[in-house]
Design a protein around this ligand. Sequence first.
Ligand code: IMP
Length: 192
Amino acid sequence: MSDLLFATNNIHKLREIQEILGNNFKILSLKDVNLDVEIPETQETIEGNAAQKARFIRETTGMNCFADDTGLEINALDGRPGVYSARYAGEGCSFDDNIDKILMELSGIENRKACFRCSICLIMDGSEYLFEGRVDGIITKERQGSDGFGYDPVFLPDGYRQTFAEMPAYLKNGISHRGKAVLKMVRFLKKQ
Ligand code: IMP
C-alpha cells in the first residue's frame, strides 16, 4: 500500500476519500505527518486553490500528495458562494452560519438550482494532474438531516428525495462532486 498525503485535517473528508480509495493507498492527513501549517488558499477559482494547496504541501514535505477544493454554486446568487463557500458568512463562521446566510438570501426565491463543484490536484512524482467532479441539485427551504457536513442539510441532489445529510455515506460518495473527482483520481492511480 502506498502513502498519499491529503492536504487536510477534515475528518469527514478523510473518511469519505479513504472509503472510496479502498486498500490501494493509505491516505495520510497533515496531522499524521505532524504538519501544523496554514496552507495558503488565495486563488479566485477552486482549480487554482486546489493547485496552490497541493504545490505548497509538496514543497513542504516532498511527498506525493493531493489537495481538493469545493465550491457550492447557486444559480439565483450568480454562482455564490462559490470559491468562498467555507467562509461565506465571514471569517471563523460555522457551517450553520453559512447555511443561515444562503437560506436568507434565497428566501422568497423559487429558482433554487445549485451545484457543487470539486477540483482535486494530485502531485505524483513531480507531475501535476487535475480531476473534477460536479453534482447538480437544489437548495431546500429548510435543513433536512444531520449527517455529513457543510451545506449537506440543505442540498438535495437531482433525482433523490434525501438531502446529502439524510443519505448514508456510501450513497453520497457515489454521486457527490468529491466522490466523482476522487473516482477519477483512483482510476488514474490504479493505472500507475
Ligand atoms: P473545501 O474547499 O472542500 O474545504 O470546501 C469549502 C466549503 O464547501 C466547506 O467548508 C463546506 O462548507 C462546503 N463543502 C465542501 N464539500 C462539501 C460537501 O460534500 N457537502 C457539503 N458542503 C461541502
